[in-house]
Design a protein around this ligand. Structure first.
Ligand SMILES: NC(=O)c1ccc[n+]([C@@H]2O[C@H](COP(=O)([O-])OP(=O)(O)OC[C@H]3O[C@@H](n4cnc5c(N)ncnc54)[C@H](OP(=O)(O)O)[C@@H]3O)[C@@H](O)[C@H]2O)c1
Length: 351
């Protein structure tokens, strides 16, 4: 792993650090020799990476971050998922020379049109009274709510820092440690080999279905490097746009064996069998609903110009497979098909 050897070590605060994405940021920062403090309740079962210290705090408590008052950090990475009050209190209680905020692609108003850029895409309208939104009472927020709260958090941080913050808007984040995303189904399924039901290559409009994701470790490396460089700006955080068909073949080539054969199942068969798009059970993971075609085909040229690097999907697939197998059966998969459901679809598809 590269080290930021040219820069002095940062005194870095990661608000989070025990979860999938925030844990990757903390791990990357530790590996690069930075002095890392994580803030979390520490109840999720995943410790912060070795070498980082954990300050236990509950951010739902208005004074949860009070122990940080009076300590100066070089940089802070705010990973608050969905709470404007968390962000406002962090801005009040944390003193830092640089801020990064992990936002979301859900801030954009138009998720249908392909090829949009962070500079020109229209944003959602602000959510009225975002500060009173409480995720505890709304476990499955709409995209409008999720995007509206994220946008309000972005605005709070940009205002407080005089637009000197680094704001990243990820789409689908994948990689080892992710237990809830739809990507993880494919490496495990394809490693089992044989005929494998996959989504059709094209949508009802005749266009190839899109896919776009970023490995959490690549996102983390970018965030830590940009914090060290005190960079500012607003960027999408996604790998290159590809077709879903190409992505699935890359996963197959990375983890599959001789017996593996990808069998596209036509859309009418999937719908007739009640198979869901994107995620859930039963589903064709990553099969994108029409309203996400634009969100999965963004022009991320400016992000790559600003230092984002994306490893091949094949590398991510192998790492996800190792991670899942290494952790055993554990939690049941959240997305995909059972072998029985898949066999029935394959029969209907004539395979
Ligand atoms: N996953 C994706 O595909 C995706 C896509 C777009 C954007 N994002 C954004 O990426 C960021 C990271 O997402 P993630 O799901 O992977 O989150 P994560 O890194 O798992 O971060 C959640 C962190 O918050 C801490 N936390 C939760 N409740 C807390 C509380 N009450 N007080 C203090 N700490 C608390 C958790 O630790 P404890 O549980 O130990 O407290 C954990 O360290 C989020 O901003 C999310 O919106 C994710």
């Amino acid at each position: 792993m590269p080290t930021d050897s040219t820069a002095a070590p940062l005194r870095l605060l990661v608000l989070g650090g025990t979860g999938f994405v925030s844990g990757a940021v903390a791990a990357e920062a530790v590996a690069r020799g930075h002095d890392v403090t994580c803030v979390a309740r520490g109840t999720g079962g995943t410790p912060p990476p070795e070498g980082a210290r954990l300050l236990r705090a509950d951010r739902n408590a208005p004074e949860g971050l009070a122990p940080l008052r009076g300590t100066r950090f070089d940089a802070v990475v705010e990973t608050a998922t969905l709470s404007l009050p968390w962000v406002q209190r962090a801005l009040r209680d944390v003193s830092a020379g640089h801020w990064t905020f992990i936002s979301s692609i859900s801030v954009y108003a138009d998720t249908y049109t392909r090829g949009q850029t962070a500079r020109t895409a229209r944003l959602r309208p602000a959510l009225p009274d975002a500060a009173s939104y409480d995720p505890a009472h709304d476990p499955e927020p709409s995209q409008a709510t999720y995007g509206g709260v994220k946008l309000a958090c972005e605005q709070a941080i940009r205002e407080a820092t005089g637009d000197a913050a680094f704001v990243v808007r990820p789409g689908l984040i994948v990689g080892p440690g992710d237990d809830i995303g739809p990507f993880g189904y494919w490496p495990l399924r394809m490693a089992r080999g044989r005929a494998t039901a996959v989504p059709p290559a094209a949508g009802a409009d005749g266009l190839a279905l899109p896919a776009q994701c970023v490995d959490a470790r690549d996102l983390a490396a970018w965030i830590v490097e940009q914090a060290a460089a005190r960079a500012s700006g607003v960027y999408d955080a996604a790998g290159p746009p590809v077709t879903l068909d190409a992505l699935l073949h890359e996963v197959a080539d990375a983890v599959g064996h001789g017996s593996l054969e990808l069998v596209p199942v036509p859309e009418d068969i999937l719908r007739g069998a009640g198979v869901r798009e994107w995620t859930g059970r039963p589903s064709m993971p990553l099969w994108p609903p029409r309203e996400l075609h634009g969100a999965l085909a963004r022009d991320v040229t400016s992000s790559f110009e600003a230092g984002l690097r994306a490893r091949p999907v094949a590398e991510t697939a192998r790492a996800v497979l190792r991670d899942r197998l290494g952790r055993g059966a554990g939690t049941p998969p959240v997305a995909g098909l059972t072998p029985v459901e898949e066999a029935s679809l394959l029969r209907l598809a004539g395979a």
